[in-house]
Ligand binder design. Structure first.
Ligand code: GLY
Length: 363
């Protein structure tokens, strides 16, 4: 038995966490291999850096059909989805086959959607190779694609058959992307509070040596939240903390063609705005706002938002998926470890939060 090994069974499907899960993955996929077919979806970078390990460590995997998406958020478009469906058809996939999503959030979001809609639904598993994928995106069955430059405008809930998380893959990931993933870990810790928050607070700054332990905390926390509300109708919405403003920032920089802007930076900035808003609307104490903001500033160099883009950001929120007939529902914090959701935020409060954020931004 591996020293660092977790099998999390909170959800309807198993989530395995360990550095060497080859045997587990092989055991899970062999029935499909000999019967109805295994198909691997990945991206160009993961194809180069991670696929060889999968193929070399699992006997019988060398002839599996592989499709590589471009390694970018731009791959999450409807044209790429169509290409994946066509590739599945051209390679003889059927409803009984299984798709292996080997990659980050783009691969699992698009691959999960492609699998769930192919032949009215084939199975898929996620093997996340990015930190965001491992700590968050690969778990919980949210799948989707971007439309009109806006994130995840089309998608559905479709559970993977299993998730295999190997932090050892992170050694292949550029530091920029590891950094991006820290935002989801900070978010989970702020929502969870308790020992998870204390670990991160005591860490104070990025330390990749702690990632295995923190991924395990984030995964257990996420599985618990998803189990309580799998379809995001209620309490799962707390996971959107930092993401309402964050998604709007991502859409802005996507529109401006800033390809290097990461989801993590957007969420980190979004958390600062939404922590400040929490202080105004839900009474989050100033010392906790300072603690969270200070921590985020130790992890991220934050990009100031130009005032001429404020209107784009607040307009973008009109299309946010978290909107209802009553407006966008924000997920905020009453305290560290005490989240709440469905709060409406007025235009002037939102704009003031950008000013507060800019006072913390360093670039
Ligand atoms: N990433 C947020 C959720 O899965 O609900």
């Amino acid at each position: 038995m591996q020293v660092n090994y977790h099998e999390i069974e909170t959800l309807n499907y198993p989530v395995f966490l360990g550095d060497e899960l080859w045997t587990k993955i092989g055991e899970f996929l062999y029935p499909y291999l000999s019967y109805s077919g295994v198909y691997i979806l990945t991206d160009e970078n993961v194809h180069r850096f991670c696929l060889p390990a999968l193929v070399d460590n699992i006997p019988g995997f060398s002839d599996i059909p592989v499709y590589s998406l471009p390694a970018s958020e731009k791959a999450k478009e409807v044209t790429a989805l169509e290409d994946v469906w066509k590739w599945l058809i051209n390679n003889g996939a059927s409803r009984d086959s299984i798709l292996v999503n080997l990659g980050g959030g783009v691969v699992s979001d698009l691959g999960g959607f492609a699998a769930a809609t192919f032949n009215r639904g084939m199975s898929y598993i996620n093997i996340p190779t990015s930190l965001i994928g491992q700590a968050d995106a690969a778990i919980g069955g949210k799948t989707g694609i971007n439309l009109l430059g806006m994130k995840n405008q089309a998608g559905l809930f479709a559970d993977p058959a299993a998730v295999f998380i190997m932090p050892s893959f992170l050694k292949t990931v550029p530091e920029l992307h590891i950094k991006s993933g820290w935002a989801e870990i900070i978010k989970s810790a702020a929502l969870a509070g308790g020992g998870f928050w204390d670990k991160l607070k005591n860490l104070g700054r990025p330390d990749n040596g702690m990632l295995f332990d923190l991924i395990a905390e984030a995964v257990r926390f996420k599985c618990g939240v998803v189990a309580a509300d799998p379809y995001d109708l209620d309490t799962r919405k707390i996971l959107n903390f930092g993401h309402t403003v964050g998604h709007s920032l991502e859409s802005l920089y996507l529109a401006l063609g800033h390809d290097e802007y990461t989801h993590g930076e957007a969420v980190a900035s979004g958390m600062i705005c939404e922590a400040w808003i929490s202080g105004k609307l839900t009474g989050m104490p100033e010392n906790e706002i300072d603690q969270l903001t200070g921590l985020i500033c130790n992890f991220f160099e934050l990009k100031a938002v130009e005032e001429r883009h404020y209107a784009f950001l607040s307009d973008g929120l009109k299309f946010d998926k978290k909107k209802t007939a009553h407006g966008t529902g924000y997920s905020l914090l009453e305290n560290i470890g005490k989240p709440l959701f469905g709060k409406t935020v007025g235009q002037s409060t939102l704009l003031k939060s950008f000013n507060y954020y800019n006072s913390k931004a360093t670039k």
